[in-house]
Design a protein around this ligand. Sequence first.
Ligand SMILES: [Mg+2]
Length: 357
Amino acid sequence: MVEPFETSFGVEKKRRFLLVRLETTDGLEGYGECVASTEPLYSSETTATAREMLSRRFLPLLVRMRSPTLEKFSDATDSYRGQRMAKAAVETALVDLAAQGEGVSVSRFLGGHRRRVEVGVSVGIQPTIPALVRRVGRYLDDGYRRVKLKVRPGWDAAPVAAVRRAYPDLELWVDANQAYPTEAQKRIRVWAEKYRVSQVEQPFPERAIRAHAELARGARFRVCLDESIIDRVSLDDALAAGALTSLNVKTGRVGGLEVGRALARRAARAGVPSWVGGMLESGIGRAHNVHLASLPPFTLPADLSASERYYRQDLIERPFELGPGSTLEVPAGPGLGVRVREETLRRARRASRTFRR
Ligand SMILES: [Mg+2]
């Protein structure tokens, strides 16, 4: 990675990618990326558990199917609890193939129409407040319009105040990744409103729906849920409780692009806007996210920065670059619409397994 990324639960300095490549007999190739991390910090899944599930269950199951489709795959894996990141790695690759089969982009295949998607940048916890203010300034110079700060107890009011003072008009979000005890509601509300934070993401543990609902009541900022929402039931319950006024959708967390689209539509019907979150993906996962963010129910800027913000060398040939109005371009070619650097993959590869019919 270009620089370490620190959140309330830890620091990431390098990333190991777990990729799925599906090849059809007529020569098409579909790519998916599993967004699990090496450590079970953001979620209970890890690269190792996902690899185990992929190689012992999901991929053998897929190659045994007579003519595999998205629907058959999701039906066949439905009874396996959880493992959403592992399932999504296959689902996204299947969507890539299905879109190529129809000769359209993943965006079109899923019903998208936008050519560019609005994005913002997520800024990790920095060593000092001046370093944070400088870092934010650099991103604004790069052209990002919306900035999300990672916060945690002890790194909240003071850094948020400093960024607000330096950039009075900035659209400012914060994300705590579940770091606060539910009693912290009052304090969060005070600094968030004082420094005009427009969105507070997942301050409390994932099961703390009532605390999020209490925070959302009468708040002058949106309360966004990320880790709490993993499927339709969790979304419906949280909506009914009034626990969210914004929804972060991550393909890996919910088990695929089609589920992600369905959840965003459901939230939109309840008057709650959605946006696409990021998991430090390579260009492959990033491309899937950009296609997802191009769909109609996604109306808030996504956490999908240009490739150079994350990695010295990406796995795709033309890295994503920030364009006018803080946007990324939606690839227009069939499927994912990006070219994977096969040579880079070969050199970086630690292990691989092939499953054949
Ligand atoms: Mg988050």
